[in-house]
Design a protein around this ligand. Sequence first.
Ligand SMILES: Cc1ncc(COP(=O)(O)O)c(C=O)c1O
Length: 380
Amino acid sequence: MDRKIDFWVPQFGSEEKSLVAEVIDSGFLNDGDVTSRFERQVAELLGCKHVIAATSGTSAIFLSLAGVGIKAGDEVLVPDVTFIATANAVSLTGAKPVLVDVDPQDLTLDPAAAERAITPRTKAIIPVHVSGRAVDPSTISDLAKRHGLLVIEDAAEAFFSKHRGRCLGTFGSAGCFSLSPNKTITTGQGGLIVTDDDQLHIRLRELKDQGRPARGTGGDDTHNTVGYNFKFTNLQAAIGLAQLKNLPHRADRMRSIYEGYRDGLREVEEISVIPFHLDDGELPQWTDVLVDQRDDLYDHLASRGIRGRRFWHPLHTQAPYRMPSQQFPNSSKQIPHAMWLPSAFTLSDEDIAAVCAEIQSFVKLQTGLKRAPTRQHSIT
Ligand SMILES: Cc1ncc(COP(=O)(O)O)c(C=O)c1O
């Protein structure tokens, strides 16, 4: 089979090459002026006061938590369905990630479950905008206000995705993005923190760079506090600046890929495309679905050269965070049915139609085998 439809394909072109070459020619590859230019452009694009570039989405979340004062003895609410980095970032501060079940329909953090998990030690909540889908910021901020919690948004998968016209990541004390290769814009690795809080901004710069509030010389600098080295580089920023130029085109394509699946699979009862609110400005990073025979479908597509991706195992099933499954009825029931369809912005309409056709032929095959007479996942 010649056909190859990938889950994701990062794209780089001549603009990236020439900006990287400029940085190399400048002789200054470290975190410097090009990084600042990239940070300013992102701040303007997302509509926030400060952007701090760091080594990864994970370090961005860790720095944000440390920056607002999360420490050993504290508890932080984290959804059971997220990339493990969210919980790991909490653990690295010494605090305890407290897992919270998800909404069975859209697989994002369930605010009611979060409220039930609050104890006197709970200091913060991390809504994770999985696949670019908003965890309603007004519900979370209401919950946070009532219980005196800080909100750190994990918007790793939600760059330029909006809720009611405002960019995700800009609602909490800080919002964190990932620039890893399967994101809308990538710098190889990398992360961004956004905040409107001037003091937190300074604190984050100190934590990111050995306690220095501003870039130093490496010599007679003033170090106000203990800090890490989570600096970005001008090389990464050069790639980021070039990637930003392609954002409008990529965003359009990602929306139309989701619409293609949504419309192409509307009549297929065995699969539910999880909805996005495009009118609110949500940007589908990846199209996710709930499907009865998920593993069989995954294998069927793979055998046809089509690469989906199964959802992460719920965190409560992973060794560092193991908890009884009865406490997570929604993630336990739904995640074995959840997968992402190929979502690369490089996919053509014909690719999307081919994936839908393969899904339909899989369903026919299953029905012929009389293996899936009733829907097993639940979505209304
Ligand atoms: C939801 C979520 N949180 C955090 C991260 C961590 O980002 P990074 O891989 O850049 O450290 C990711 C990365 O894919 C993610 O998907």
